[in-house]
Ligand binder design. Structure first.
Ligand code: DC
Length: 226
């Protein structure tokens, strides 16, 4: 692919569809920056929890977002997430923060702050950005838009495997969490999770990571050479 053409690649989809893994792999192959937008909502949610800002107080959360410095540093497989100078990469993956991030991200004014930052981060192209609204709201003119999806049970199973737990109770908890997040992300008023009209849909239910990466690469090559 021409080094001169630095594309914006938007990858959206629900939790467990494989976005983070695919985006990180693809970025590595292309020499692009990988930006995980969900980590920004997670970091803000953590800060709100620490400072006891109610998760339904949109204005307080907006102010908190305005004064937070959230950095996404590409590393190996994914992003190191630094908030106000502190590495929060691990903490933001825990269940309490995951649930809080879903609530924090439902406020339009919070999203405005985050979307503006995400646009700055991707302004020069050469990025794979993943999230829920990248192709619809953050970069509606992205050259490549992919919508990844998979059966809800399969997505829950992947998350469960990632957690490394064996317990049936934990499996049930993860299933319930995915179902609740799907519902909230898809039905919220501000930028609900919907595919962009011009996104290419990739169903990852029966595909392994390599197969999905290859499929997405082919889509990128088609656009880059077109
Ligand atoms: O992708 P993730 O699971 O790390 O996202 C965490 C939460 O943030 C999730 O509930 C949806 C929300 N989110 C969003 O609303 N918009 C994005 N661009 C990315 C994530």
């Amino acid at each position: 692919m021409s080094a001169a053409r630095k594309l914006v690649i938007a990858i959206d989809g629900p939790a467990g569809s494989g976005k983070s893994t695919i985006a990180a792999r693809l970025a590595k192959k292309l020499g692009y920056i990988n930006l995980e937008s969900g980590a920004m909502y997670r970091a803000l949610a953590l800060k709100a929890m620490e400072q006891q800002v109610p998760l339904d107080d949109a204005e307080a959360l907006r102010q908190l977002a305005e004064k937070s410095v959230i950095q996404l540093e590409p590393s190996g497989d994914g992003n190191r997430v630094v908030m106000d100078g502190q590495d929060v990469s691990r903490r933001i993956r825990e269940p309490d923060v995951t649930a809080a991030a879903s609530r924090v991200s439902s406020h339009p004014t919070v999203r405005q702050v985050m979307v503006a930052r995400q646009r700055q981060l991707g302004a020069n192209g050469g990025v794979v950005m993943e999230g829920r609204d990248i192709g619809t709201a953050v970069f509606p003119n992205a050259e490549v838009k992919i919508f990844l999806d998979a059966d809800q049970m399969v997505r829950a199973e992947r998350r469960f495997q990632q957690n490394g737990s064996q317990s049936p109770e934990e499996a049930k908890r993860v299933q319930a969490e995915i179902a609740a997040r799907d519902e909230r992300d898809r039905t919220r008023v501000a930028s609900p999770l919907v595919p962009a009209a011009d996104a290419v849909h990739v169903d990852t239910t029966h595909k392994n990571i390599d197969e999905v990466v290859e499929e997405v690469e082919r889509i990128v090559e088609r656009v880059a050479s077109g």
